[in-house]
Unconditional design. Structure first.
Length: 115
């Protein structure tokens, strides 16, 4: 098991930059391409606890799908977790986890908080 885990989307510039930061630091890390390896609802809950944020805070509000389908809805935390599980594209990226802590790598410099 590596020291760090990055929930990564290789098509995202910010995600690639955060991955490069981990490589530059020479730390061991696992890459989870979360669009292919969708986190379970339990995994999402653990990530949220490490981030210390509410589920809605992990949602990408600039995504077209959010604006068209979810923006006007008043969902509870469990429902937002379900939405992200069913639509992983709506999960903020990248998320970098180290032990009991995690950060959203937007901007990528946030990853420095874990070093």
């Amino acid at each position: 098991m590596s020291e760090y885990t990055i929930y990564h989307n290789p098509r995202c510039k910010k995600s690639r930059e955060a991955l490069q930061m981990l490589e530059d630091k020479g730390v061991s890390f696992d890459v989870v391409q979360y669009l292919k390896e969708v986190p379970t609802k339990e995994e999402l809950k653990k990530i949220l606890a490490k981030l210390n944020v509410k589920p809605f805070d992990l949602v990408r509000k600039e995504e077209k799908k959010f604006k068209e389908e979810y923006k006007k809805l008043n969902l509870n935390d469990e429902e937002w977790i379900e939405v992200m599980h069913q639509n992983p594209k709506l999960i903020q990226r990248p998320v970098v986890v180290k032990g009991n802590r995690a950060v959203i790598g937007r901007p990528p410099e946030n990853v420095n908080e874990l070093f």
